[in-house]
Design a protein around this ligand. Structure first.
Ligand code: NCD
Length: 308
């Protein structure tokens, strides 16, 4: 009996009892398979990953999806969740988490509120990956950053890393700082006062590992790694402050004559004017390698989470 085969699903009008019970029997057997996690009813079906993005993204979402596809993991995407999901109708993040976590084996979420990924994870029945929670954290970007630094130097211990730009709202900075400190790097925090590291982020860093500098050109000659960031326009409540600091830094090709030969320049991207395009051809520019590393690093993460 193939009552459903290649049929349109437009109206309930013609759904008689036989047709329904056929479908319901099948649904029940999938339900048991999902509950038992054995996948017996669809044993050769791959895992699935759902990306739920309430903020714009190019690299993070696409590299997660590319990573999943290379691993043979199915992908479900909500790219503009703020307007295209039930959030628009006022559904709570917790309710959304309860629902969508029953549709996939892992959920990758980006959301403008600080702490949103943690809230979401408490209501989710499957692993949740934070792809950026407002000005909070962006842990997988930091894995990509650290992997890129590690591959360039072969070690992390003792490297002098300059974090430059929006240290206040830059979530990649907050996540990366913790990893760098944990791996015995020395940090030079380069920012104007308005964009300084938040006290709660700084709290985890031993004072002996931190130096503070306003002037990039002064800090540059001693750095092994320079991590530039975009001033996060979308986080400012006061446009006048943004206007004052938006062009705080611009690294140009000519500045690099004073930098180490082995300097590694990184940027999570997108860049605005903080790195001039004449830096791109310099072998010390590693930000496009860093962006490409998003795929293998996220493949490793997904495989580890889903396959052990
Ligand atoms: C960053 C982000 O979204 O926090 N981008 C990214 O994920 N590579 C940095 C930024 O937007 O400035």
């Amino acid at each position: 009996m193939q009552l459903w085969y290649r049929s349109h699903v437009v109206s309930t009008e013609l759904w008689h009892a036989d047709k329904l019970s056929l479908l319901f029997d099948r649904a029940a057997s999938y339900q048991r398979a999902i509950a038992s996690k054995t996948r017996t009813a669809f044993s050769d079906a791959p895992e699935s990953m759902l990306t739920l993005f309430y903020e714009p993204s190019t690299r993070t979402r696409l590299s997660f999806e590319a990573a999943a596809q290379r691993l043979g993991i199915n992908v479900l995407t909500v790219a503009d969740a703020n307007t295209s999901s039930s959030a628009f109708k006022g559904e709570s993040l917790e309710d959304t988490a309860r629902i969508v976590s029953s549709y996939a084996d892992v959920v990758v979420i980006r959301h403008p509120e600080l702490g949103s990924a943690a809230r979401f994870s408490r209501a989710s029945s499957v692993p949740v990956i934070n792809a950026g929670d407002g000005a909070g954290e962006h842990p997988t970007q930091s894995l990509v950053d650290l992997f890129t630094i590690y591959q360039a130097f072969g070690a992390l211990n003792g490297l002098r890393v300059g974090l430059c730009g929006d240290l206040r709202f830059g979530r990649t900075i907050h996540s990366l700082l913790r990893l760098l400190i944990g791996n015995q790097c020395e940090i030079v925090a380069i920012s104007p006062e308005e964009l300084a590291l938040p006290t709660e982020v700084l709290a985890g860093a031993p004072p002996s590992s931190m130096t503070f500098e306003r002037d990039l050109h002064k800090a540059l000659p001693d750095l092994d790694v320079l991590y530039m960031t975009r001033v996060q326009k979308e986080r400012f409540t006061d446009p006048a402050t943004y206007e004052r600091v938006r062009n705080a830094y611009e690294l140009r090709g000519q500045d690099l004559s004073r930098a180490k030969n082995k300097l590694v320049i990184l940027h999570p991207l997108p860049r605005l004017s903080e790195i001039a395009t004449d830096v791109d051809a310099d072998p010390r520019a590693h930000y496009f390698i860093q962006a490409a590393n998003g795929v293998p690093v996220r493949m490793a993460l997904l495989a580890s989470i889903l396959r052990g």
